[in-house]
Design a protein around this ligand. Structure first.
Ligand SMILES: NC(=O)c1ccc[n+]([C@@H]2O[C@H](COP(=O)([O-])OP(=O)(O)OC[C@H]3O[C@@H](n4cnc5c(N)ncnc54)[C@H](O)[C@@H]3O)[C@@H](O)[C@H]2O)c1
Length: 256
């Protein structure tokens, strides 16, 4: 498929994990990408891999100026921004009674403020060219809390809400905005957890498909929502979790 021929995407968090595969898949389908991340070495590796259909901008999604610069660079280099994928994410864990408020704020800023800033600058550029689409990578944690991760879960829930607010505000400019809520994905973010076999198995027991997602399985959903195949999909959340969210009931199959 070449769903993104002559299209330009801004991908935050593009140096690793889900964002890297989103960028790679977008280019494989004919598009060009602006890779945005804090990780300069990771961006260099991605640019080497993707070639002239990619440029990179090192920056922080929590910086209004740096996000604005990435969007300007995209427009200057490729002429427009048609799609933005808000994938950058990070988390500092800590229980509510213990966590340093600065660590709480760090997580909320990367997850929520980063999504806001990228949406704001990308939407301004999209308004100039008749519209586009934005895909926010939230998390199953928007619906399911985790101990020690209250800042992350609350911020991801806020991203889901922000997605709906953005869809409402930006529809008149021809911009669709949707969210993907991944469950457990095998990326550098989860490799420490999944390296502990007992913990990994505890996760897999709860997930009906009994495994973590590959990053490409999340990227595929992001690309669908960004594409014209989703032209009437707006303000929605696509949970991509192998059925994890629906497991809150005992397995009665032994009785049947
Ligand atoms: N891995 C999972 O199980 C999982 C599940 C649900 C949601 N998510 C979400 O998916 C997204 C991608 O995560 P991943 O698993 O690919 O993780 P990852 O750690 O592999 O990639 C995250 C990328 O974001 C970049 N980043 C972090 N803070 C940034 C900042 N302030 N500015 C710019 N870039 C920044 C990192 O440098 C990194 O390249 C995140 O938003 C994460 O919360 C991941």
């Amino acid at each position: 498929m070449q769903r993104f021929a002559n299209k330009v995407a801004l991908v935050t968090g593009a140096a690793s994990g889900i964002g890297a595969v989103v960028a790679e898949s977008f280019v494989a389908e004919g598009g060009s990408v602006v890779l945005f991340d804090l990780d300069a070495a990771g961006l260099d590796a991605m640019r080497d891999k993707l070639g002239p259909a990619s440029i990179s901008v090192v920056g922080d999604v929590t910086s209004d100026d740096e996000v604005a610069d990435a969007v300007h660079t995209a427009v200057k280099t490729f002429g427009a921004v048609h799609t933005a994928f808000n994938v950058a994410g990070a988390v500092r864990l800590g229980k509510i009674v213990d966590i340093d408020p600065a660590d709480w704020q760090f997580t909320v800023d990367v997850v929520l403020k980063g999504t806001f800033l990228t949406t704001r600058h990308a939407a301004r550029a999209m308004e100039q060219t008749g519209g586009g689409s934005i895909v926010n990578v939230s998390s199953l944690n928007a619906h399911v809390p985790l101990i020690g991760g209250s800042a992350y879960a609350a911020a991801k829930a806020a991203v889901e809400s922000f997605t709906k607010g953005s869809a409402l505000e930006l529809a008149s400019a021809g911009i669709r905005v949707n969210a993907v809520l991944p469950g457990l994905v095998a990326t550098p973010m989860t490799e420490d957890i999944l390296a502990v076999e007992a913990v990994a198995q505890d996760y897999y027991r709860r997930i009906p498909v009994r495994r973590a997602a590959e990053p490409s399985e999340i990227a595929d959903s992001c690309l669908y929502l960004a594409s014209d195949q989703a032209s009437y999909v707006n303000g929605t959340s696509l949970v991509v979790d192998g059925g994890w969210e629906i497991t809150n009931y005992p397995d009665l199959s032994a009785l049947l």
